[in-house]
Design a protein around this ligand. Structure first.
Ligand code: SDX
Length: 427
């Protein structure tokens, strides 16, 4: 017997089925609300709205829990690798050895870009923000793959997913190399996903490049931490774009554009800039006072869903330790400022009562900076890692037989109908 929710509105009483998931809050199914009551719900920012059914990622914001297909993020970060997490998100299960080998090879064999594609970068100024390049370049991928744009063909949907996951590191590395004025480095099939990316970013033709295994492992773990995160702003953008039937490359480009915002993926760049602005631990009290006066936000803190410690932030802090040690920066002053800032904030009533805790972006900037990336590349790395989440969510939506074009409504508060006034009669 399905539980019902009853709504009394004007002279009507209507009932809505209550749907239950495997975890998390129940939902009222209000799809018939407008037809039954001639009213809309009102939920700007969708803080109380489930926009879809999904089995990919579960977040419990109060308990600080993050599961990908049921597996806790801290276990995946310590026991798995990014390519295996990609298989888990895309296919629904951890792969067998044979499945892993086949999946990894399919990605490896699609890491190269069409030779013409490299000319895209020439159109940008060298000082273009790499995210501007990513938005343009990824959207343009659809111009090269006419054989895989039929979104109703599961085979073509799969090859588009593999191409996107495989080519994002190559495009991201090229955006970095173009910014640096250095020659592009081609992928190497004998390297794993993270090793390949680091080599494409930091190798130069003048000498051999040996990947530091500690940095490669940290890079792979950072990719895992950013892989997917339920229906966040950029994922919702990808879903809404996909609901119109747009091709997957265009949808991912839309997601990259949304991620760029400082309240979302752009926060890792802003968080490091904030730490540089503070400079030394003795400046923290003055900065905290400015936050309380609402003059600025504590970047890398707070979250729309987590009202507890973001489980990814804990793992990211451990990665920061490892990378700083591996790069001889154990006493990195910014890391000292970050740890002191976290300690002060977590003991300050202003942040406690607002349930503001470090999120995934708080420590990522320090780690990426120690690895040699400029702050402008931080959100590019976030987009690279999140591509598997976006395309898995897109794929899940495309496989949903009830899927239809997304079309929110509004509460209209503009002028009521009025007649046109000729220019000569205006005030
Ligand atoms: C990501 O959605 C996702 O899952 C995103 C993400 C993912 O993996 O996809 O997790 C990635 O985007 C992480 C978030 C990165 N953004 C930042 O670190 C930027 C700084 N954070 C804030 O801008 C903010 O916390 C948001 C945007 C993340 C959340 O904003 P909300 O939901 O509006 O915050 P809230 O309603 O919980 O705020 C409650 C109060 C407010 O103060 P009052 O009006 O009650 O006095 O807390 C304040 C806010 O002004 N507040 C902050 C703050 N975040 C919220 N004050 C200072 N510093 C902050 N960071």
């Amino acid at each position: 017997m399905t539980e019902k929710a009853t709504l009394n509105i004007a002279d009507k009483t209507v009932e809505f089925p209550v749907l239950k998931g495997t975890l998390g809050p129940d939902v009222f199914d209000i799809r018939k609300l407008y037809s039954d009551t001639d009213t809309f719900t009102f939920d700007p920012g969708f803080t109380s709205t489930a926009a879809c059914e999904s089995g990919l990622t579960f977040i419990d914001g109060d308990k600080g829990i993050l599961l990908h297909r049921g597996y806790p993020i801290d276990q995946l970060a310590s026991k798995s690798n990014y390519v295996e997490v990609c298989h888990l998100l895309l296919r629904g299960e951890l792969p067998t050895a044979a499945q892993y080998e086949e999946f990894e090879r399919s990605i490896t064999m699609h890491t190269m870009l069409h030779q013409q594609f490299d000319r895209f970068f020439e159109g940008f100024r060298r000082d273009a923000h790499p995210m501007a390049i990513m938005v343009g370049a990824v959207g343009a991928l659809s111009a090269f793959y006419h054989d895989s744009l039929d979104i109703h063909d599961p085979v073509q949907r799969n090859i588009s997913a593999i191409r996107l996951i495989a080519k994002m590191p190559t495009i991201a590395a090229r955006a970095y190399k173009y910014h640096m004025g250095q020659p592009f480095i081609s992928p190497r099939n004998e390297l794993n996903y993270a090793e390949n990316f680091l080599r494409m970013c930091f190798a130069v033709p003048a000498e051999d490049y040996v990947v530091n295994p500690v940095l490669a492992k940290a890079m792979d773990r950072i990719f895992i931490l950013h892989a997917d995160h339920e229906q966040n702003a950029s994922t919702s953008t990808v879903r809404l774009a996909g609901s119109s039937g747009a091709n997957p490359f265009a949808c991912i480009a839309a997601g990259i554009a949304c991620l760029w915002g400082p309240s979302h993926g752009g926060a890792n760049e802003e968080a490091l800039n904030m730490l540089k602005e503070i400079g030394t631990p003795d400046k923290i009290p003055e900065f905290i006072a400015g936050v309380k006066d609402k003059r600025y936000k504590l970047m890398g803190f707070g979250h729309r869903v987590y009202k507890n410690y973001d489980p990814r932030a804990k793992v990211m802090q451990e990665s920061a330790h490892e990378v700083l040690a591996a790069t001889g920066r154990e006493n990195d002053p910014l890391f000292q400022v970050a740890k002191e800032l976290e300690k002060v904030a977590l003991n300050d009533e202003y942040f406690i009562e607002r349930k503001l805790f470090p999120n995934v972006d708080f420590y990522s900037g320090i780690t990426l900076s120690a690895m040699g990336f400029p702050t402008t590349m931080f959100t590019v790395l976030f987009a690279l890692a999140r591509t598997v989440g976006w395309i898995s969510q897109w794929q899940e939506m495309m496989e949903d037989p009830s899927q239809k074009i997304g079309r929110p409504r509004q509460l209209y508060t503009g002028p009521t109908e009025r007649d046109y006034v000729p220019m000569s009669k205006r005030g």
